[in-house]
Write a protein that binds this ligand. Structure first.
Ligand SMILES: C[S@@+](CC[C@H](N)C(=O)[O-])C[C@H]1O[C@@H](n2cnc3c(N)ncnc32)[C@H](O)[C@@H]1O
Length: 269
């Protein structure tokens, strides 16, 4: 499965949903509760996971614009079943090139999920500036923050985690990616622009019965560690074999650190 394939996004969605901070969602909901209808732009929407996670928490009349550069994912997002009062429109665009076009028109809330760690410091600066210029609240869920805890422990883990975090910093289409630095940079950036930011950890937690997702994650990480040149092919393969054996034996658990944040303009700049 590739990093953004529909199969991978479907596999991870229940873990994402469980991990999302209830307190941050409550803050998002409170900020728009008084509006008769709400206009939302979801950046890098994938198949529409943020719509599914948020729709029950927002005023009943919702107009969503879903932006992504993957037409296959956008097609799935547009086809999702929703209540009559929730409208979605797909906007195919490259957010690196055309961010400003995604933010055109009346918007009450901008959202994103599993995305900020992919972008560069410059692009994040552009995003915070554009959002603050329009005084729009911003909700970003599930930004990877560099923390990984795998049970049982393995001697190769420290090098694997270091390699994954190095790989996180490689270019994902927006210049060198912020990876684990992204949430901290976003929080500091919005605070500098006069926003109040609520943020909470939103970690993935997977237990021994969550076999498919652990197998998928471990195989992706072994590939990333190999690609970045931190481990030889033999070392990466041997680590992956040990991890697969733990999953098969029903002894493998995993925690992956994420951060959810909600930034709201205070009018003080
Ligand atoms: C990890 S997925 C997250 C998808 C969705 N937000 C979710 O939580 O399931 C990252 C998303 O970013 C989108 N993406 C990556 N680069 C992009 C770009 N340059 N312009 C628009 N979308 C992009 C991918 O197509 C993918 O849908």
């Amino acid at each position: 499965m590739s990093g953004f394939s529909a199969d991978w996004l479907t596999l991870r969605e229940p873990y994402d949903l469980r991990a999302r901070s209830r307190e941050v969602i409550a803050a998002v909901a409170a900020s728009v509760a008084a509006l008769p209808s709400v206009h939302i732009v979801d950046l890098a929407c994938g198949t529409g996971a943020t719509v599914r996670a948020l729709t029950a928490h927002l005023p009943s009349r919702q107009v969503w614009r879903l932006a992504d550069n993957d037409l296959g994912l956008l097609g799935r997002a547009s086809a999702m079943a929703l209540a009559d009062n929730v409208k979605v429109t797909a906007i195919p665009l490259d957010l690196d090139r055309d961010l400003e076009a995604a933010l055109d028109g009346a918007i009450d809330l901008v959202t994103t999920s599993a995305f900020l760690d992919l972008v560069s410091k410059d692009w994040l600066g552009r995003l915070t500036t554009e959002i603050a210029a329009r005084s729009i609240p911003f909700y970003a869920a599930l930004t990877y923050d560099g923390r990984i805890d795998i049970t049982p422990n393995d001697p190769a883990e420290a090098s694997i985690v270091a390699a994954i975090n190095k790989h996180q910093g490689t270019d994902k289409g927006f210049g060198p990616a912020l990876g684990p630095e992204a949430a901290g940079c976003a929080i500091a950036g919005f605070e500098r622009l006069g926003y109040a930011v609520t943020h909470r950890q939103s970690d993935w937690t997977m237990g021994p019965s969550d076999r498919d997702i652990q197998l998928e994650i471990f195989s992706g990480w072994a590939g990333a560690a190999r690609d970045i040149g931190a481990l030889s092919l033999a070392e990466a393969a041997s680590w992956l074999t040990r991890r697969r054996a733990s999953v098969a034996a029903g002894t493998s658990s995993l925690r992956v650190g994420h951060v959810d944040l909600f930034a709201v303009p205070t009018g003080r700049r």
